[in-house]
Design a protein. Structure first.
Length: 142
């Protein structure tokens, strides 16, 4: 890992350019974004929800769980963000990635099929789902 520390910044909207080594957290969009901790420079987006990533703020540092697996990136980095630090995790095989992705899909499907609606907020007088808020955060929702 190139970035062993990943201090957080709480932001309303995501900045146009992300600074390496910083975890941006937008409560408004229920999303955390950072550049991959391996140093490849690719953007990693982690939607916060009971069915995806969970964020813990202890008053000083931020942790995300579960781990970050950048399987779609050439680097295939795998790490945890714990108390503002990255902890490198073991690489996963293609079979482990497929199993993990299928498990994630099932968890999201079960969560939203249980009658829990995707979180919505009202932004500028318009109802926005978490996906709409995320698109807006990256300038694609208008």
């Amino acid at each position: 890992m190139r970035h062993h520390e990943l201090p957080h910044r709480f932001v309303e909207d995501m900045p146009e350019e992300l600074e390496a080594g910083v975890l941006y957290v937008s409560m408004r969009y229920a999303t955390a974004v950072h550049l991959c901790a391996c140093g490849c420079g690719r953007e990693v987006v982690t939607p916060l929800s009971p069915a995806q990533w969970k964020m813990t703020f202890d008053g000083e540092t931020v942790s995300l769980s579960p781990s970050i697996g950048s399987w779609g990136l050439p680097c295939r980095s795998h790490y945890f963000i714990t108390k503002g630090e990255t902890v490198e995790a073991l690489p996963w095989s293609d079979d482990q990635v497929r199993y993990g992705e299928a498990k994630d899909r099932r968890r999201r499907t079960e969560h939203y099929a249980s009658g829990v609606e995707a979180p919505e907020t009202v932004v500028d007088g318009r109802k926005r789902s978490w996906l709409g808020r995320l698109a807006e955060a990256f300038g694609r929702g208008r």
